[in-house]
Ligand binder design. Structure first.
Ligand SMILES: Cc1cc2nc3c(=O)[nH]c(=O)nc-3n(C[C@H](O)[C@H](O)[C@H](O)COP(=O)(O)O)c2cc1C
Length: 191
């Protein structure tokens, strides 16, 4: 069993990465393989609306010169997907939105290949907008027929500087429980 996490932050190894690692700790505990792809510092373009993926139906986007196809190939192979984004102006980052738009179309025109995978959304904010960011990522899980995981609160933590999230004890516990629930659900779904 494998979970792939897409880190939508423009800042590599920041708070979003810390939260993903917190989920990973719980997944590893249950013997689930994990991998994180960080979009920060790499190129992730928006959908061009060329509908080339509708014509090609090869499980890929026609834009080959950025990170997208590496992501979608690994998302297709995984049993679970974590989408994680810091809040930028009360929503996900533009890199995460670009991935969501293109992954939605590519999956859809290739037999909805993300169907029934387990999905978890994670967000981090200095102060506000985290629920909106979670909504954006959960919309993706919904339309791709994925099964979403919850926790004991909405899946976000507060913090601005790198590492500040660790001071938000309630938030960190929410993410830990999310990891436990994701591991539990994947084992049930894949049994
Ligand atoms: C362009 C930009 C916009 C931001 N907008 C918000 C916002 O609307 N609300 C908020 O609470 N924090 C906002 N932040 C703060 C980040 O969400 C916060 O610093 C977060 O911890 C960054 O996560 P990272 O370390 O994974 O990049 C913004 C940061 C940037 C760079």
């Amino acid at each position: 069993m494998k979970v792939i996490a897409i880190n939508g932050s423009a800042r590599r190894d920041g708070n979003t990465a810390i939260l993903i690692e917190t989920v990973f700790t719980e997944l590893r505990r249950q013997g689930i393989d994990v991998e994180m792809i960080q979009l920060g510092g790499r190129s992730m373009n928006g959908c061009k609306a060329c509908y080339g993926c509708f014509r090609n139906k090869n499980g890929r986007c026609v834009i080959e010169e950025d990170l997208f196809n590496e992501c979608i190939v690994k998302m297709k192979a995984a049993d679970g997907i974590i989408l994680a984004s810091p809040v930028y102006v009360a929503d996900v980052t533009s890199e995460m939105k670009a991935l969501i738009d293109r992954a939605c179309l590519v999956s859809r025109v290739n037999g909805n290949f993300l169907r029934r995978k387990v999905g978890a959304a994670v967000s981090v904010a200095r102060r506000g907008g985290a629920v909106s960011a979670l909504d954006s990522m959960n919309h993706f899980f919904g339309i791709t027929e994925m099964i979403t995981v919850g926790s004991c609160y909405w899946n976000f933590v507060l913090g601005r500087e790198i590492g500040e999230v660790r001071k938000d004890e309630e938030g960190m516990n929410t993410i830990k429980i999310l990891g436990e629930n994701m591991a539990w659900l994947i084992q049930k779904v894949m049994a």
